[in-house]
Design a protein around this ligand. Structure first.
Ligand code: C2E
Ligand code: MG
Ligand code: MG
Length: 696
């Protein structure tokens, strides 16, 4: 197959530089040098044979094919395999040369092509040395089996290749493919410590198909050239098509599995690699690191996200360079990274690697005249000690990371004792990822009604966790955990998606109330919220006015560049904002004016003390007046009784939410509630009454 010695990893630690390992005795150097010596010997023999055996037949045709081999080898292919490149079209021509002129010119042509391509791509000397040798061995083995099957090369006779020659040819392809794959996999396995089997069978199906699609063209090339060299032109388009398709599918696969910013594997590929590392584990341990940058947000907020992005790229390079090429480094999103060490002796060794990463990241970054410093927290989980499957390991690493952050220790190996003895919150954190992915979260909906009319003007979606053992858990217990562990994006994605799906059902039957979703500060630090909202609205065919995002004042006060960007993007989408828990922070009028804030929700505590405290009444009144001065709706939260309701009405508050109106309820009961309390009867397309139940 057209597999050459590939690029092994973007960054390599000095101690792992292959070139330096080639001067001592080790598995890698032995495999490498044996291949190089044998292969180069074969090439020297080929050259001698060619120079002593007199002039070749049809030199012009041979020259054209050789040129095509070189040209075909020069086409680079983007690759998503960890090792190995896609198919190059040159192999079809090399085989054709072999069918017509025998092995020697074929070996030399392929060797020449390989050197030219590697030099053009500025590959290191040892690769440039290895590739022609490896090709020579593979093609010679292929020729051996052809001869054994009774094949004879005839360069001149037109139509000399017959149907009977197809069998030796097919055998040659198989042998070539196996030998080539085995030699390349062997040298990589001894180099990186990965299992030979895993490397040999990596993306096997794809590799087989793309390689054999090129092989099967080779007899056609030979038959064509047998007639006239011009006939070769006919096979160029199909070969190019094979090349394009395989290059494109590799590119696509690459995009699906990699982070666009840093080029590192993404979550999908990480989980895949982790799964494989677990399956391949012999003795020793597999380590999973979760890594979170401690001060990235500050940098990002002060310097803007372009700088933030550039910084992330550097961080990615440093992490990559601090581990072995066979380790997997992935970016999970935002400032979250993960590392898998497929083979590590024990916890100390893993912690050492983590410490090395931390030191690498902590080294100040020189950036346009600034020196920036970052810190990282790393949580470590080991298989089999802290889990034997992907999920358990993730859970343990989540917990370890949380501990590293909380104890400011930098690196923390999972500890069952700490997990057990710490608060139940920590236990919950470990299960949260699974809860989000495994459908344990649900939304309840609480109506919001106009104070004058009592008609619903919206509903607020409030997330709940239906825990298999602990029953229903309220958001105050787990939303802060999500915020601190990097799970927030996933949680919000779920909430937005579910709320919009529900809104779509309601809008469908004429219950056109906007649904409010709570978002956290962390949600506004990246583009993912905007994407989730835009995609959700589109998928469910809803206008932007169907969604309201509730954020707390605190979030706005952070007023960072990133938050500003996200809010602006949401505004462009037409999504409106609601300021939650208003009165606890210090929003400025300027800020309220500038943002697309459509309502403010008066903090429950003020509302609840309304009847008792004159001071709170003053606060509520001034918030209502402020809102109206700015043309914004004032909503009272936590209205629990009629007295409060009446007072709010007197103060001119626009709408109210609270137990007096309706508790948060599951979707079906919320639907029933809305049907019983139509906001605009003309919108109702469904008959009311009937089977609706549930309590308000
Ligand atoms: P919030 O956005 O201020 O939500 C209002 C909270 O007050 C809800 O608590 C609701 O159940 C409660 N509540 C409503 N009416 C009354 C009442 O009359 N009396 C009293 N005492 N309480 C009332 P819940 O559902 O426990 O949510 C607590 C907080 O958790 C929410 O405060 C919100 O900040 C956060 N939260 C809820 N769901 C989500 C979510 O999906 N994403 C995010 N980021 N945060 C959420
Ligand atoms: Mg809220
Ligand atoms: Mg609130």
């Amino acid at each position: 197959m057209a597999e050459a010695m590939p690029d092994v990893g973007a960054g390599e630690v000095p101690g792992h530089r292959p070139a330096s390992r080639l001067t001592s005795v080790n598995g890698f150097s032995v495999t490498f040098w044996v291949t190089v010596v044998v292969g180069t010997g074969v090439l020297v023999a080929a050259a001698r044979e060619m120079t002593t055996s007199g002039p070749v037949a049809r030199p012009a045709a041979l020259a054209v094919l050789t040129a095509l081999v070189v040209f075909g080898e020069l086409r680079p292919v983007v690759t998503s395999r960890s090792y190995g490149e896609g198919v190059t079209p040159s192999i079809a021509f090399t085989f054709a040369i072999m069918y017509l002129w025998g092995p020697w010119p074929a070996l030399l042509a392929q060797g020449l092509a390989s050197v030219v391509a590697d030099v053009a791509a500025r590959k290191e000397w040892w690769r440039t040395l290895f590739n022609p040798a490896q090709y020579a061995i593979s093609f010679l083995a292929a020729w051996g089996v052809m001869v054994a099957a009774g094949y004879q090369a005839v360069p001149t006779a037109v139509g000399s290749i017959s149907a009977g020659d197809l069998l030796p040819m097919a055998l040659a392809w198989v042998v070539y493919f196996l030998v080539n794959n085995a030699v390349v996999s062997a040298v990589l396995a001894t180099y990186s410590g990965e299992s030979l089997r895993a490397l040999f069978f990596e993306d096997f199906g794809y590799v087989v198909v793309s390689n054999f699609s090129v092989f099967v063209v080779s007899p056609l090339v030979a038959v064509g050239v047998g007639m006239s060299v011009w006939w070769v032109a006919l096979v160029l388009p199909p070969l190019f098509a094979v090349y394009r398709t395989s290059a494109m599918s590799l590119e696509k696969e690459h995009q699906a599995n990699h982070d666009a910013l840093t080029g590192l594997p993404n979550r999908v590929l990480l989980l895949d690699r982790l799964g494989r590392a677990l399956a391949d584990r012999r003795e020793g341990r597999v380590a999973l690191f979760l890594l979170d940058l401690d001060r990235f947000k500050e940098v990002n907020d002060t310097l803007g996200h372009l700088m933030g992005d550039r910084l992330l790229i550097h961080v990615a390079e440093r992490i990559r360079a601090a581990v072995r090429p066979s380790d997997v480094v992935a970016r999970l999103g935002g400032d979250e990274f993960a590392v898998v060490l497929p083979a590590v002796p024990d916890a100390e060794a893993a912690a050492e690697v983590a410490e090395r990463i931390r030191v690498a990241v902590a080294e100040p970054f020189a950036f346009e005249g600034l020196l920036l410093e970052l810190e990282a927290s790393v949580g470590i989980a080991l298989c089999p000690d802290h889990g034997t499957d992907v999920q358990q390991l993730q859970r343990s690493a989540d917990v370890a990371m949380y501990l590293a952050k909380e104890e400011r220790s930098g690196v923390e190996v999972y500890s069952a004792a700490k997990d057990r003895h710490s608060t139940t919150r920590l236990g919950l954190l470990g299960e949260l990822r699974q809860a989000i992915e495994g459908g344990q979260l649900e939304l309840h909906y609480q109506p919001k009604v106009g104070l004058g009319s009592g008609a619903p003007v919206g509903v607020e979606a409030l997330v709940r966790w239906r825990h298999p053992h602990r029953g229903l858990i309220l958001p105050d217990e787990f939303v802060p955990l999500a915020e601190h562990s990097g799970l927030m994006n996933r949680l919000t994605e779920f909430v937005v998606d579910t709320a919009l799906a529900q809104a779509a059902q309601w809008w469908e039957i004429g219950l056109q109330v906007p649904v409010a979703v709570n978002v956290s500060a962390r949600d506004l630090h990246g583009p993912s919220l905007t994407t989730t909202v835009a995609r959700g609205l589109e998928r469910h065919g809803l206008p932007a006015s169907a969604l309201l995002l509730e954020l707390t004042e605190r979030v706005l006060m952070a007023e960072s560049a990133r938050v500003g960007d996200t809010l602006a993007a949401l505004e462009r989408l037409g999504v409106r904002l609601s300021l939650d828990d208003f009165g606890t922070g210090y929003s400025s009028m300027v800020m309220l004016r500038r943002l697309p804030v459509r309502e403010i929700k008066i903090e429950r505590l003020f509302v609840q003390r309304l009847a008792q405290s004159g001071e709170d009444a003053t606060i509520v009144r001034s918030i209502v007046d402020l809102a109206h001065a700015l043309g914004i709706q004032a909503v009272a939260e936590g209205v629990e009784n009629e007295i409060t309701w009446d007072l709010l009405d007197d103060l001119g508050c626009d709408s109210a939410q609270g137990w007096y109106v309706g508790r948060p309820m599951p979707a079906d009961r919320a639907t029933a509630w809305l049907l019983r309390h139509p906001s605009q009867a003309r919108n109702l397309r469904v008959l009311r009454g009937g089977s609706v139940g549930g309590s308000a």
